[in-house]
Design a protein around this ligand. Structure first.
Ligand SMILES: NC(=O)c1ccc[n+]([C@@H]2O[C@H](COP(=O)([O-])OP(=O)(O)OC[C@H]3O[C@@H](n4cnc5c(N)ncnc54)[C@H](O)[C@@H]3O)[C@@H](O)[C@H]2O)c1
Length: 264
């Protein structure tokens, strides 16, 4: 198979749904050999089966990214199956689910358990993925690419406070890590999507939720997970070969500022 990631061994976390699933299908269309990880093993297996149906090469693995040991095992298993690792896409992420009939939890309503869970997956999960990937890249003699899914909530105030704090951490670690590993010829970037209709939040595909996302984005529509996957593809492949430490908004202009309201 030809394409922008021809032959590149790529791990994608959170590959059972939403952005991760879209990235798995897209990266494989571009020739990547994909190792698909998700805490939901069945969902990862379904994505892997769909990649194979479209002619790609895929394996699936159950992995909780909050566990460093499970992420190490994911990388080891991938290398055993595919011989090496070229791209690590740390995409898995969660938010605090609102209680039925209520909006997003405010900080004062958020529990220690909420905070631990979100930081465990969204921040430790990304750091676990980066650590394991760097060790493997070094063992291969250097080089390698990491892409993280942060959020527009890491760039501007948007959504819940605890969630925004975790994504702000991903934005900061992407920049700092990019500097730290540049000498090893490893690139680190993130995509920062705004609202997408996925399984991330219940009801996000409802007409009301879609209209609210459309209103928040200057381009006037929600972000399609495939659009976020396209940005991740750009950062994963050689088209971005001299780009590192960048947090790329995929947000219909949301992070650009407040649009001027013109009369009429
Ligand atoms: N949907 C949005 O509006 C939105 C906006 C900005 C950023 N994001 C980010 O995009 C990324 C992907 O989210 P999505 O919208 O595709 O959501 P999604 O819920 O559709 O998919 C996330 C996937 O991650 C998996 N996952 C959850 N916890 C995991 C864990 N501990 N270990 C491994 N896998 C785990 C889930 O099982 C699911 O398959 C996340 O990092 C999220 O924070 C989403």
């Amino acid at each position: 198979m030809d394409g922008l990631l021809r032959g590149k061994v790529t791990i994608i976390t959170g590959a059972g749904s939403g952005v991760g699933r879209a990235a798995a299908l897209l990266f494989a269309q571009h020739g990547a050999r994909v190792a698909l990880a998700d805490i939901n093993a069945q969902a990862a297996a379904k994505t892997a089966a769909d990649v194979r149906t479209q002619g790609g090469e895929a394996m699936a693995m159950a992995c909780n990214v909050a566990s460093a040991a499970e992420v190490e095992a994911l990388v080891a298993h991938t290398v055993k199956a595919f011989g090496r690792l070229d791209v690590m896409y740390n995409n898995a992420g969660i938010t605090i689910q609102p209680e039925p009939g209520k909006g997003l939890k405010r900080l004062v309503e958020s529990t220690q358990a909420d905070m631990d869970r979100l930081f465990g997956v969204n921040v430790y999960g990304v750091m676990n993925g980066c650590q394991a990937a760097i060790r493997q890249f070094d063992a291969q003699g250097g080089g390698g690419v990491m892409v993280n899914t942060a959020s527009v909530a890491g760039l501007v105030g948007y959504g819940g406070v605890v969630y925004g704090a975790t994504k702000g951490a991903v934005v900061a670690l992407t920049r700092t890590l990019a500097l730290e590993v540049a000498g090893q010829n490893i690139r680190v970037n993130s995509v920062c999507p705004a609202g997408m209709p996925t399984n991330f939040m219940p009801g996000s595909s409802s007409e009301r939720a879609m209209a609210s996302m459309a209103q928040a984005h200057p381009l006037g529509r929600p972000v399609d997970p495939a659009e976020c996957a396209s940005a991740a593809l750009f950062l994963a492949c050689d088209l971005s070969s001299n780009i590192t430490g960048v947090n790329l908004p995929v947000d219909g202009g949301l992070a650009a500022g407040v649009p001027v309201k013109r009369p009429g």
